[in-house]
Ligand binder design. Structure first.
Ligand code: 5GP
Length: 188
């Protein structure tokens, strides 16, 4: 007997689907292909390190690295914004640092979403002081309507409207990270 489908998207759940699991899978594979093509020539010269920003990028990173066909190291950095739950203050604190030096390495920062751009701006500045050989940014999502800092996203999954999204790693009050699709919270 077939397993029952997950109960997500019950009428009582406070979100609606914005990007399907299938669309995410297709785009993630494309991004992996792009990264593979760009890094294949570099990987022989220096280590490639993918740096996941905790916790939102974890599911994206796990899927993405399986489409990158060059050897990569994985590391994680935890950051927390001093803003409230839905507004970035631009003042960012590192709550968990990388486990190894990135000096001389090719770094790809993996983010879940670039919203105002403050968080990733701070992070890229911080990582650049550690003298990596190169540093690029890969973000699953971008909300250009909310942009306050100019951020160059080298690899972007999807541009989305100004909605608060959850799922595929993104949370609201630590919930819904395990949704297989990206949804938006209705009424927010
Ligand atoms: P920024 O500094 O670019 O405004 O904010 C980046 C961080 O805010 C993201 O890494 C994420 O943690 C959080 N964030 C921004 N927009 C959303 C959203 O729509 N949904 C969720 N779950 N988090 C968001």
């Amino acid at each position: 007997m077939a397993a029952s489908p997950p109960a997500w998207n019950r009428p009582t759940d406070p979100f609606a689907e914005l990007i399907s699991a299938e669309a995410i899978a297709t785009r993630v594979a494309e991004l992996g292909g792009q990264i593979t093509a760009d890094y294949a020539p570099l990987a022989a010269a220096a280590d490639v390190v993918v740096v996941g920003v905790l916790k939102g990028s974890v599911i994206f990173l796990a899927d993405l690295v399986r489409h990158i066909a060059v050897p990569v190291h994985m590391d994680f950095i935890g950051i927390s914004s001093y803003g409230d739950a839905t507004t970035s203050s631009g003042v960012v604190r590192i709550t968990q640092d990388l486990s190894r030096s990135i000096e001389g390495k090719h770094v790809i920062v993996i983010e879940d979403i670039v919203d105002t751009g403050h968080t990733v701006h701070y992070l890229l500045d911080n990582l650049a002081t550690r003298r990596p050989a190169s540093i690029k940014l890969c973000s699953l999502l971008h909300k250009p309507e909310r942009s306050e800092r100019e951020v160059k996203i080298d690899y972007l999954g999807f541009t989305i409207p100004n909605k608060f999204v959850v799922g595929y790693g993104l949370d609201v009050s630590q919930q819904y990270r395990n949704l297989p699709f990206i949804g938006y919270v209705q009424g927010v």
